[in-house]
Design a protein around this ligand. Structure first.
Ligand code: 1CP
Length: 355
């Protein structure tokens, strides 16, 4: 077993004592960093960057060179799975992801393969192995996947969406087709995340970015049920250590108890819920990750520090909190403000870990 120099991120997810609250930022590698833009230009386009393990490793490490972050996250995208299923992912400049083939019917779903992670997705596993070497035991590496529901929204809508009419039409007019798709995606995600763990990911996170657009009943039926299946299928120990699992449903504040009941180790919070309330509701079962509004990084440093202090106070004493933004960092945030945020978490959290 490789000794980690800094394991407070893993410890906090398992509610073990830590010296200060660990912190990382969703989308910490990305366009707010000039060095990221330079590497992406070198790669050509976004998918070529993801498919080049050395360059994917380089951009994963870039934010860690700037800030004392407590975890690295694999540089990749959630849409690698639909791409490996043969949908032909591409990125239209300034317009987000698109697919050449869109899923419209039960027969389209039936034709989709379950990708072999060490074949069609080998470039992701190679990136994980390369990043682990590059990290050299400094901090843990987070692997990730999209939730089946969130992946299905892109696969059926053909890209990003605001109203989600096509996927909801499938959900309500042809639910069997959607359940077949979600089940196939859950199987694919289990294989994909277990392969990331075998390749060296020390914790995994499932991004359910669009679960919050569903009604409470439909959230359980179309999203949570399949995340539960994934949690049940994951490797929970590797290299002699627990591999903690974090579930993040954006806008999922209403459903915290059900999310915690899946058996995950931690629940990711966006900024629309008070962390003190979240802790009171599920803090005895799971760790919490979050939850500063990413737009707060536009504020002057003193205001950022004030907000960090408020959230730390909301969680209160003891372990079980991984500080993060409630969603990805915005691309026009000054990098120095991200530095102020990370430093503030470490400096201001020490008194909460004295016991
Ligand atoms: O360079 C570029 O212009 C591409 C922008 C970009 C980046 C930097 C995309 C396209 N993906 C990524 C990387 C990425 N995506 C990471 C890297 C690790 C990190 O530093 O955090 C991760 C974890 C993701 C996950 C992801 N992709 C999610 C889930 C998390 C979230 O932000 O909600 C989603 C929904 C996507 C889809 C996607 N990929 C890219 C874009 C612009 C989008 C969002 C499109 C939309 O809003 O619908």
């Amino acid at each position: 077993m490789q000794q980690l120099k800094n394991d407070r991120y893993l410890r906090a997810l398992l509610k073990q004592p830590v010296d200060v609250t660990p912190v990382w930022m969703m989308r910490q590698a990305g366009r707010y960093l000039p060095e990221y833009k330079a590497t992406r230009a070198e790669a050509g386009d976004f998918m070529s960057l993801c498919k080049n393990p050395e360059l994917a490793c380089e951009v994963t490490l870039q934010p860690l060179r700037r800030f004392p972050l407590d975890a690295a996250i694999l540089f990749s995208d959630i849409l690698t799975i639909p791409d490996a299923m043969g949908q032909g992912l591409y990125f239209e400049t300034g317009e987000g992801p698109r697919f050449k083939k869109v899923i419209e019917s039960a027969s389209d779903v039936a034709k989709l393969p379950v990708p072999d992670p060490e074949d069609e997705l080998k470039y992701v596993m190679d990136a994980v192995r390369t990043i682990r070497k590059g990290l050299n035991g400094d901090v843990p590496l987070i692997g990730f996947s999209g939730s089946p529901w969130t992946l299905a929204t892109y696969m059926v809508e053909g890209g990003s969406s605001k109203a989600f009419t096509k996927i909801k039409k499938m959900a309500f007019a042809d639910p069997n087709a959607l359940h077949a798709l979600l089940d196939k995606l859950a199987d694919s995600v289990i294989l994909y995340l277990n392969a990331q763990i075998a390749a060296g990911a020390q914790s995994v996170m499932i991004f359910d970015t669009w679960g919050g657009v569903l009604s409470p009943r439909d959230y359980k039926l179309f999203s949570l049920q399949y995340m539960h299946k994934i949690v049940d299928g994951l490797t929970r120990e590797n290299e002699g250590r627990k591999v903690p699992v974090t579930l993040f449903t954006k806008n999922g504040g209403m459903w915290l108890e059900s999310i915690a009941a899946t058996g995950c180790d931690a629940v990711g919070l966006d900024w629309t819920i008070d962390i003190a309330e979240a802790k009171a509701r599920i803090g005895d079962k799971v760790a919490l990750q979050g939850n500063m509004d990413p737009s707060m990084l536009y504020a002057p440093p003193a205001r950022i520090e004030e907000e960090v202090a408020i959230i730390l106070d909301g969680f209160g004493e003891g372990s079980g909190h991984v500080f993060n933004l409630g969603h990805g960092i915005h691309l026009d945030v000054p990098p120095e403000h991200a530095g102020v945020f990370v430093d503030a978490v470490h400096r201001l959290s020490a008194p909460y870990h004295k016991a």
